[in-house]
Design a protein around this ligand. Structure first.
Ligand SMILES: *[C@@H]1O[C@H](CO)[C@@H](O)[C@H](O)[C@H]1NC(C)=O
Ligand SMILES: *[C@@H]1O[C@H](CO)[C@@H](O)[C@H](O)[C@H]1NC(C)=O
Ligand SMILES: *[C@@H]1O[C@H](CO)[C@@H](O)[C@H](O)[C@H]1NC(C)=O
Length: 335
């Protein structure tokens, strides 16, 4: 803890690789993703969020979950103001960790990325979620740096799972009005250099390479995905052997198969506030892309990664599985 935040951020600006923490090596690693998820008491979406939170808790009570990935639009609708904003407790820690029946998520780290709602108060609001690490280093929140950071986990046979977390606004700022004026072309270029570096170094040793960001690059609902992200990131992901890109934002659960790259869209842990009409799903996809799941159901995803397979299951808010698939690692030849 000797580094001042300012120095840490300067070092982290290159690429932060966060240590995997105490090695509790197992044959599988489980993780959960939730998107667009944090609302206050009194918000009409609260019952939906509580239902999803309780199902995630039940999932975690059945098997050890190593991490939760928070896919952005973490605090609806306007992010947090600072590292001690009461929303941390009201919209995150109490409903998701502290007040669920068994608190199975207690002590399980939440690795977060930012969405445009988290930017509603400008760059300061976004920085508040990064600053939380300094104010509450003993709690579950982790968002060490932007535009990207990497964490690694190891299975009992030493197979490495690398997760790369992106601040998608720094790659495609024009996708949303709240971020369009915050970053310019040279910021995007710098973000791409950092990401390429992160993927290259993680890919050297990782058997699995999983990327998480807020905005989807392929989606058949609402936004339709960001074409700018698709153009920038997809070629890089294919070249570096990324196995899956997990994103939030759209009020849907989607599994889009794009050659060897699986897109998981999961932006509906709270915000749906009820089921939307099927017309919400646009259905238009590029040639060669398969939509294996597209539903406006509320829910979350659960993933079980072993050396040779990753099993992904989409659950609705009651914990009922909606769709499951398994994939083999692209591996880049690393074992
Ligand atoms: C943090 O934000 C909250 C909510 O806007 C505000 O009430 C509080 O005064 C702020 N705290 C600090 C230390 O700025
Ligand atoms: C829940 O959170 C509150 C405030 O953060 C704290 O005072 C309380 O001890 C927590 N309860 C449990 C069971 O952790
Ligand atoms: C882009 O924004 C950065 C700050 O984020 C600034 O330092 C730089 O001068 C800007 N570059 C251009 C070309 O506007």
């Amino acid at each position: 803890m000797g580094l001042t935040p300012a120095l840490f951020f300067r070092l982290a600006a290159v690429v932060a690789v966060v240590d995997g923490g105490a090695a509790r090596e197992k044959r599988t690693l489980r993780f959960v993703t939730v998107g667009d998820w944090g609302v206050r008491r009194g918000d009409g979406r609260r019952p939906s969020m509580e239902a999803v939170a309780s199902s995630v808790d039940r999932y975690a009570s059945e098997a050890d979950v190593g991490l939760v990935i928070a896919l952005g639009d973490n605090f609806l609708d306007a992010g947090v103001a600072n590292a001690s904003d009461p929303q941390w407790d009201a919209s995150w820690r109490r409903p998701w960790i502290n007040e669920t029946e068994t608190s199975s998520l207690k002590g399980v780290p939440w690795y977060a990325v930012l969405g445009e709602r988290d930017y509603a108060r400008g760059a300061g609001g976004a920085a508040a979620q990064t600053a939380r690490e300094w104010d509450a280093s003993d709690d579950e929140w982790r968002l060490p740096s932007r535009p990207c950071y990497v964490i690694k986990r190891h299975l009992a046979d030493h197979a490495e799972i690398a997760f790369v977390f992106l601040d998608t606004a720094m790659f495609a700022p024009a996708f949303h009005a709240t971020t369009a004026d915050l970053y310019n072309a040279s910021d995007v270029a710098a973000a791409m250099v950092a990401l390429d570096d992160a993927l290259r170094s993680a890919g050297d040793t990782a058997r699995w390479l999983i990327v998480a960001g807020h905005w989807p690059m392929r989606s058949v609902s609402d936004s339709g995905g960001s074409r700018a992200l698709l153009a920038l990131l997809r070629p890089l992901f294919l070249a570096r052997g990324v196995d899956a890109y997990v994103a939030g934002h759209d009020r849907a659960l989607e599994h889009v198969v794009d050659g060897p790259l699986h897109h998981v869209v999961n932006g509906n842990a709270a915000a749906g506030g009820g089921r939307l009409d099927d017309a919400y799903l646009l259905g238009a996809v590029d040639e060669g892309v398969d939509v294996a799941l597209a539903t406006t159901s509320l829910g979350f995803t659960g993933h079980v990664v072993s050396t040779d397979a990753m099993a992904t299951t989409f659950y609705d808010e009651t914990g009922e599985p909606l769709h499951a698939y398994e994939q083999a690692p692209r591996a880049n030849g690393a074992a």
